[in-house]
Unconditional design. Sequence first.
Length: 346
Amino acid sequence: PRCLSNVSLLIVLVCSACGDDQASAKEPYIPSCQHSQGPSCRHEGGGICISRFEGALPGQLFEELADAARTPPDSTHWMARDALPSNTFEKAARRVANVLGLGPDEYSSVEYWVKSGPPKDNWHFDSHEEFDDCAALPYLSTILYLDDLGPPTLIFSKTLYDKHFEDPKAGPANDTTYLSWPSTNHLLGFSGDLYHGVHTGKGIAKHTLKRGIVLFNFWRHALNDTLPGEQCAASSEDPACGGFGTDEAVDSRPAAVPLLMLGEASGKDFVSRGEETFMRPLNFKITYRLHQSRATVEGCKFDKQTWKRNCVAGAESPLVAIASSLKKVQMLVPKGFTGNLTARED
């Protein structure tokens, strides 16, 4: 299948007993759940997976999804990879998997839910929330934007797999941060173990019905309660199973959005606070820097009252990578936690 950037996906196997890197029994650590089934999506050589597509869903399916999102499910829901879609969200999930080139080697189940307005729990790791005694992280996380309103998504190169969690350059993309602006029917996909959130800033108005998003997280583990029934073939081209279909015009299919690489951040510093629980509380602070002045964020002026943005010429790309953005990572609780998740698996 097509990878996120047309590069074959590779699961990075990390040694479970690597000499001096192995932590002592007294050092705080977090065990990895079996549901993680290994580290999240990586390209050959260990780089993160990140990509974006415009026109992700066909027009009719997108309109149906946007309408269904107005009365969203009251919690997260799951579907097996080969299950025949039973609702609009599951039809969209199958389509998203096809757009990203995900097949049996990449996922066995997908989790989906809906959000809008300002985030309640902003900075976070995506995880399987039913488990509180270990860390289960998806293979790939995705965001499907339903409108072009609101502040941008920020994705940090910081994971629980980092061998030295407090080192801002220890992540799979060093100290780079990725910024993604909302745009209608755009799909953002990224490695499921990356710390991320929404860059809101101070004084932002609260709009509960703006910045609508549907999230699809792809997992390697199979669902235990899958019932037998009609199924979709993993490589199905049937539109009912997320395929593109023989009658769909090639020029109407999703188009990849190029990643705009920016130089070292030279603007203001910001702080995000992480509060997680994986067997034990995990609290930390990340200081990051953007190309931001009082008027613009990465070349775009964002109106905190209307949630609209206006970008200057040359800054129209909705997906940018900011070099040397991560400045400091400070572990608050527990003291002595160093990361290296897969090397500590129980």
